[in-house]
Design a protein around this ligand. Structure first.
Ligand SMILES: C[S@@+](CC[C@H](N)C(=O)[O-])C[C@H]1O[C@@H](n2cnc3c(N)ncnc32)[C@H](O)[C@@H]1O
Length: 136
């Protein structure tokens, strides 16, 4: 339900349409294809939507708990069980788009995560965030 609500608010899976499409444009043969990291991927529905929209790209979801999808995900979609608080530097330079949606409550140090995301993104990469500071 949250996924559908956000989709309506954004009129799709993401804003900054041109930037995302540029970052995820198919590459020449022999070059590594574009990749997307979804931190706190939850239901996995955003990942699956992205995997269908960009079938040439690799879509990786990271969450503490595995996604409980009712159908098998597209082949370009994979899931990693991981805690983002343990650090993201093993993903350095590995992604063209990083997406974070509604995970703030589980993040010990949001600023540290943002700093690490800048290292994870390849040059020209795009960071998509739907979140707020909930440390009241
Ligand atoms: C409110 S859900 C949002 C799910 C999805 N991003 C969305 O917008 O529909 C928050 C998700 O973040 C995950 N999460 C929270 N803290 C995390 C952490 N430290 N590392 C990885 N995932 C985390 C939770 O397990 C949960 O699936």
């Amino acid at each position: 339900m949250q996924h559908e609500m956000l989709k309506k608010m954004r009129n799709g899976l993401f804003l900054a349409d041109n930037d995302v499409r540029r970052a995820l444009a198919p590459r020449e043969e022999g070059e590594s294809q574009p990749a997307v990291l979804d931190i706190g991927s939850g239901s996995g529905l955003w990942m699956v939507g992205m995997a269908k929209m960009f079938p040439h790209a690799e879509i990786v979801g990271m969450d503490l708990a595995p996604a409980n999808l009712s159908e098998s995900p597209p082949p370009n979609c994979r899931f990693e069980c991981d805690d983002v608080n343990l650090g993201l530097l093993h993903c350095r330079g590995g992604f063209d788009v990083v997406h974070v949606s509604c995970v703030a409550q589980g993040i010990a140090n949001y600023r540290k995560m943002l700093d690490e995301i800048t290292e994870v993104l390849r040059p020209g990469g795009v960071f998509l965030a739907v979140d707020g500071d909930v440390h009241l």
